[in-house]
Design a protein around this ligand. Structure first.
Ligand SMILES: NC(=O)c1ccc[n+]([C@@H]2O[C@H](COP(=O)([O-])OP(=O)(O)OC[C@H]3O[C@@H](n4cnc5c(N)ncnc54)[C@H](O)[C@@H]3O)[C@@H](O)[C@H]2O)c1
Ligand SMILES: N[C@@H](CCC=O)C(=O)O
Length: 554
């Protein structure tokens, strides 16, 4: 066997393709969409490398065309969760003991496959299954996930490199063990990249995984699973099951080998999971790692010195891209009285130009919201707002689920800064605006800070540097991702590590060293070359002083 210290390639963010009319990437993507058009995929679970079909079929349809069937998945039950845990534990030793450069190579290969032969496929699946337009699919399912793979491999190497000091006569080392058990990856519908990153980041560090995606993301999850297999993730290392959340939770959170959860989703679900883990803490072999990124009520605050057009564009893109279904989406805005009318005028012009409809028409900026449940919830907020004399809907407000789950991009102006849609996460294309007295910037900072329990993303717009400084200080804890003169969405791996605090999560920053460090259990090793042979201190007369230096810490 030959030995060497390896350096992984320096990661560079994957360039975003433009999908302009006539471009190669657009033709490839259209081809994929066309070839999927007449298919009804039969989607199995993947346990221990085997495809598992239960015959209990659940229909998958595009949110923008709910009468059309694009596939069925085989639903599992508690027994499949147990099988997935067993398969993961059986794969654990070989995977954890594989030299790290092989794990790195597997995920670097996954990145290259995704950047090449899988790109059109994952984008098409994300467009159809989750109703994303081509550009939104590209930045998520292709580019962000490629970046997660490549940057995480680099961060893994950086973690392994960090070593302690050694005094003469000894060699101190730290090695990073995989967690002793299995990790549960519980993933949301809205980002294919997050669905791919939560199992793969923990797996990269040597862990074995039981992965349960949201039902509404299974169509693209299957493509990810095929990608993992082709990249060389061994059987049993990542196991994909389709069961309802509480059923999975019952089995997983009472298992002795449960070693950690990597979660992204809503705050309520995460808080219940944390409670259950707390109640069961005596059952586990080790204290489980709990990592969860959850909801947000993300803000834009404009100062009276802000550039009106820049604020307006941040609102139009930050609130409505992917129908406002980004955890980072702007959903409450505070505008100063001097420029509010001008800003809202630009926003109304933007919204009037948005086209809404099927993802296969590349002219549509807006598509459908994810499900009927989400549609019904959003429609109720809009109908309540229409009936409320204290608020005004200045754009949108309509909804129609006859063909797809379409909610018009909507702007509500609320006099009361604590109006319900200023406070609660709606997760849809609804933006609420409060106009404040331009002379009350400081008071408004306090309002922004205290209106919601979340602290995920937020943006401040100002030309006045003192205002920027004041906002940065007063909103220190109001956002884990804080933007100055930019929209609060669109964090890029390696550039703006992503995650929020307060009710928005544990802020372990996906796509960073901070996150990967949660998936290892370090072992410190001290090796003494010539052990001391007498217990006595020097003042007792026999041990030479230099021997004791080695054991300064006793
Ligand atoms: N902070 C972030 O980085 C981030 C990123 C993306 C999404 N989100 C948040 O995710 C939410 C939207 O995603 P979603 O609708 O898929 O979230 P969700 O909480 O409904 O679902 C997330 C996952 O949990 C499962 N689940 C649901 N109920 C469960 C239960 N009772 N027990 C166990 N598992 C259960 C789901 O099936 C899914 O796999 C929003 O709140 C959004 O803000 C946060
Ligand atoms: N990281 C994404 C949001 C992920 C949550 O849905 C952004 O920064 O817009």
């Amino acid at each position: 066997m030959a030995n060497a210290f390896f350096n992984v390639p320096i990661p560079i963010n994957e360039p975003v393709k433009g999908y302009a009319p006539g471009s190669k990437e657009r033709l490839e993507l259209q081809q994929q969409l066309k070839s999927l058009r007449n298919l009804e995929l039969d989607i199995p679970m993947y346990i221990g490398g085997k495809e598992v079909r239960t015959g209990k079929l659940e229909r998958i349809s595009p949110p923008h065309d709910h009468q059309r069937t694009i596939g069925h998945f085989h639903a599992g039950d508690a027994s499949h969760v147990t099988l997935a845990i067993e398969a993961a534990l059986a794969a654990r030793t070989a995977w954890a003991e594989l030299p790290w450069e092989h794990r790195a190579a597997v995920f670097l290969k996954a990145a290259d496959l995704l950047a090449g032969p899988y790109r059109a496929r994952i984008n098409a699946a994300t467009m159809l299954g989750q109703s994303k337009n081509a550009f939104q699919a590209e930045i998520d399912a292709a580019c962000e996930l490629i970046d997660f793979f490549r940057f995480n491999v680099y961060y893994m190497q950086e973690i392994y490199k960090q070593q302690p000091e050694s005094l003469p006569g000894m060699w101190n080392r730290v090695e990073h063990r995989a967690l002793e058990g299995f990790v549960f990856a519980l993933t949301p519908f809205n980002f294919t990249s997050i669905a791919g990153n939560l199992p793969s980041s923990a797996a990269m560090m040597g862990n074995v995984i039981v992965w349960k995606p949201a039902n509404t993301q299974i169509y693209s999850a299957q493509v990810l699973m095929e990608l993992f297999k082709e990249a060389g993730v061994p059987d049993g290392v990542i196991n994909l099951v389709y069961v309802d959340g509480p059923t999975a939770g019952d089995v997983i959170f009472s298992h002795r080998d449960f070693a950690g959860i990597h979660f992204t989703g809503s705050t309520g679900v995460f808080q219940n999971i944390w409670k259950t883990i707390g109640q069961n803490i005596h059952l586990y072999k080790s204290y489980p790692r709990i990592v969860g990124e959850t909801g947000g009520k993300d803000f834009i605050l404009a100062h009276h010195s802000a550039h009106p057009k820049a604020v307006a564009v941040a609102m139009s893109r930050g609130a409505f891209e992917y129908q406002g279904q980004k955890c980072s989406a702007a959903s409450r805005v505070y505008l100063p009285s001097n420029t509010a009318e001008e800003i809202l005028g630009y926003v109304k012009e933007d919204l009037a130009s948005f086209k809404m409809g099927d993802v296969e028409d590349f002219g549509n900026f807006i598509n459908a919201v994810i499900s009927e449940a989400s549609f019904d919830k959003l429609a109720k907020y809009l109908d309540d707002a229409k009936a409320d004399p204290n608020v005004e809907i200045i754009a949108g407000g309509g909804h129609d689920k006859s063909k797809g789950y379409f909610i018009e991009p909507t702007v509500i102006v609320a006099k009361d800064p604590k109006y319900v849609t200023m406070c609660e996460e709606l997760f849809g294309p609804v933006l609420t605006v409060h106009v404040y007295d331009e002379n009350e910037f400081e008071e408004t900072l306090a309002l922004v800070d205290t209106t919601s329990p979340y602290a995920l993303t937020g943006a401040v717009f100002a030309q006045d540097r003192y205002a920027i400084d004041l906002a940065s200080k007063r909103l220190m804890n109001a956002a884990g991702n804080f933007y100055i003169n930019d929209k609060p969405t669109g964090a890029v791996v390696g550039q703006q590590p992503f995650g929020g605090a307060r009710a928005s999560g544990t802020n372990d920053k996906a796509g960073s060293q901070l996150n990967l460090i949660r998936w290892v259990s370090p072992r410190a090793i001290k090796e003494t070359f010539v052990p001391v042979t007498d217990y006595r201190y020097p003042f007792l007369g026999s041990e030479p002083a230099e021997d004791l230096n080695r054991d300064k810490g006793l």
